[in-house]
Design a protein around this ligand. Structure first.
Ligand SMILES: [Fe+2]
Ligand SMILES: [Fe+2]
Length: 149
């Protein structure tokens, strides 16, 4: 049984976004596996780095979709994204006085809980604003120029 198992309760109804969420979940599962099997810190850091990159890429694409579809709680949603990114960056480069390395089990559990709660409670709220038309969002994803928002 995977650490996080994707199921329909996590679907936002837009296949291209569900696909990105599945990649994020995959990455957290790898992080969990590496920490549980006590892989070297270097290995854990590499997985965490790639998770942070995926998160950043996904958040910016998602924010562009919300902006394009006129989602009214964009600012609040973006604040949640930034808060999670700040948390990840703090764990990616732990300072000497901050004894909380990325391999910390609590940190991996927090990442899991945040991601699942965010997809289920926050991401699903913008789905209706996509006009129940996944094809539009998919086309937007495929054609947009991804400069920073
Ligand atoms: Fe989000
Ligand atoms: Fe998301």
């Amino acid at each position: 049984m995977a650490f996080i198992q994707w199921d329909e309760s996590l679907s936002v109804g837009v296949p291209v976004i569900d696909g990105e969420h599945k990649s994020l979940i995959d990455s957290v599962n790898k992080l969990h596996e590496a920490t549980e099997s006590l892989k070297p810190q270097r290995t854990v850091s590499t997985i965490l780095d790639s998770f942070v990159d995926l998160v950043s890429y996904h958040f910016r694409r998602e924010e562009r979709v919300m902006r394009a579809t006129g989602y009214p709680d964009l600012e609040d949603h973006m604040a949640k994204h930034r808060e999670f990114e700040t948390y990840l960056l703090a764990n990616r480069h732990p300072s000497k006085e901050k004894a909380r390395p990325p391999s910390d089990r609590d940190a991996v559990n927090h990442i899991k809980q945040w991601l699942v709660d965010h997809i289920r409670n926050d991401d699903r709220l913008y789905a209706p604003y996509t006009g129940d038309n996944p094809a539009v969002v998919t086309a937007f994803y495929e054609t947009a120029v991804y400069e920073d928002v």
